[in-house]
Design a protein around this ligand. Structure first.
Ligand code: FRU
Length: 484
């Protein structure tokens, strides 16, 4: 790691040096996911392709495994899968961000990185203030803070944050997550011609608007993108009650698809669709690379309520980012697939074709693994259901009779089983990315994803079918890219 001059940054590096061995001793350290060197990680930030390299930053509290005054940690890669840790990009050491350099985004302009983030400030009584701040980098490694460019406008509370900036029709635009004084969540829009002075343009959509009923008291981490001709607003509403199989996590992360008019602004859109059906996914962010491909990273975590019982906190770290995903809009849905580059981490291939899973409840088990990718293609289905057990704590099941796909894990306190469900017509493919303490299940080539942390050292992979299923299967070990 490169040393930095700021006192606060030195304190971080001292802490990393002091407890790195403890963190490294944790059996649940992941092998190919981005993690905090020590402490807590949450949202991916500032994801951008700059001078031939991918940069992803993250919300980081190096001092505790709890939320606090966030830094921006920083990773760089030239292939999207092998990442180098760079020095701290932003530290909460200015009057306008002293209680946290909160989430934000990066754009490239005239060969420089422009970073927009939220400065979080609390006074002695705990009252919050939020500033949207700018920092500029000429080399992609060191960042010069320029200070606030936007203050909270009238009608909104200080829950006003997470700027995502993009360029369209010769203008810069920024979407922000907001809460109105009436405590309704919204995504609001600003525009700018010079990246420094910003004009409030209005609300894109929000709770109680565009056919949405009561839809949350706060919206976080908006991201507006056009995927294969469709306008997509990714956003994380808070305060939506569970409904059937949906909205089971405390906070939601999903998208609206439709048509945006940035001039007015308006956004005609359909229903909110969850991006991930698992337990641990939130605050995703996208970027477009030089091939015009949209990539997404999410935080493999959710609200802090669950944090205190995650086993990794005993070893002074918590949370990770997801693997990178590629986005495609197809047949009315946003598909998410593992980024193709992940294939570069495959080794020790085992393939089977035309496996017949047969008689009732009989299990098939020829493969084992802790860190692997498993690809399953269903060739023929003549069964009631298929169950795949991963280790001793996790299973996935598709029941054709009820058309329900389920994911089950043992909860973080190691006692009860808990499930998530998704309505699925037919099962065609499964692509499973398992790491030492996580699993990401891609169903039907990106139709649905289940992302969850699981804490279990079990290595058996067991298949059971009630009926007759013919399938092809490949399994690869995944190379370790993390240094500890
Ligand atoms: C989402 C979030 C953002 C905020 C950041 C603070 O997880 O609450 O709204 O900017 O985390 O770490």
């Amino acid at each position: 790691m490169i040393q930095s001059s700021s006192e606060l940054q030195k304190k971080v590096y001292r802490r990393v040096a002091d407890i790195k061995q403890v963190v490294a001793s944790d059996p649940y350290r992941l092998h190919y996911h981005l993690m905090p060197p020590v402490g807590l990680l949450n949202d991916p930030n500032g994801f951008v392709f700059y001078k031939g390299e991918y940069h992803v930053f993250y919300q980081w509290n190096p001092f505790e495994t709890a939320h606090g005054a966030k830094f921006w940690g920083h990773y760089i890669s030239d292939d999207l899968v092998r990442w180098e840790e760079a020095s701290i990009a932003l530290a909460p050491d200015s009057w306008f961000d002293k209680d946290g350099c909160y989430s934000g985004s990066t754009i490239v302009h005239e060969d420089k990185m422009y970073v927009f983030y939220t400065g979080n400030v609390k006074d002695d009584e705990g009252n919050r203030k939020s500033y949207q701040c700018l920092a500029v980098s000429e080399d992609g490694l060191t960042f010069e803070k320029k200070g606030p460019v936007i203050e909270v406008p009238k009608g909104y509370t200080a829950h006003f944050r997470d700027p995502k900036v993009f360029y369209q029709d010769k203008k810069w635009y920024m979407v922000l997550g907001a809460q109105t004084e009436a405590e309704k969540g919204e995504a609001v829009l600003y525009s700018s011609s010079d990246l420094e002075s910003w004009n409030f343009r209005g609300t894109l959509t929000g709770s109680g608007q565009h056919g949405l009923g009561d839809f949350g008291y706060m919206w976080e981490c908006p991201d507006l993108l056009e995927v294969n001709g469709k306008d997509i607003l990714l956003v994380c509403p808070q305060g939506i009650p569970a409904r059937g199989f949906e909205f089971q996590n405390i906070f939601q992360s999903g998208y609206f698809a439709g048509k945006v008019n940035l001039e007015k602004p308006t956004f005609d859109h359909g229903e909110f669709v969850e991006l991930d059906r698992g337990f641990d996914f939130y605050a995703p962010q996208t970027t477009m690379d030089d091939n015009g491909r949209y990539l997404l990273f999410g935080w493999m975590g959710n609200a802090e309520e669950e944090d205190i019982i995650q086993p990794t906190i005993r070893n002074e770290w918590i949370h990770a980012l997801t693997i990178p995903r590629e986005l495609e809009w197809k047949d009315g849905a946003l598909l998410q697939r593992p980024a193709l580059e992940l294939k570069n981490l495959r080794e020790n291939e085992i393939s089977y074709s035309d496996i017949i899973l047969g008689s009732q409840g009989k299990s098939f088990q020829v493969i084992n693994g802790l860190v692997y990718e498993l690809l399953i293609e269903i060739k023929e289905w003549n069964a009631k259901n298929l169950l795949i057990q991963l280790g001793s704590s996790t299973s996935i099941m598709f029941d054709q009779t009820t058309q329900v796909f389920s994911f089950e894990r043992v909860n973080f306190n190691g006692k009860e089983l808990e499930q998530r469900h998704y309505s699925l017509d037919e099962l065609h493919t499964l692509q499973i990315f398992k790491d030492t303490s996580s699993v990401e299940v891609f169903v039907n080539d990106g139709e649905a994803v289940f992302t969850s942390r699981i804490f279990d050292r079990g290595q058996e992979i067991v298949f059971k079918a009630d009926g007759r299923i013919a399938l092809n299967m490949s399994k690869w070990d995944i190379k370790r890219i993390t240094s500890y």
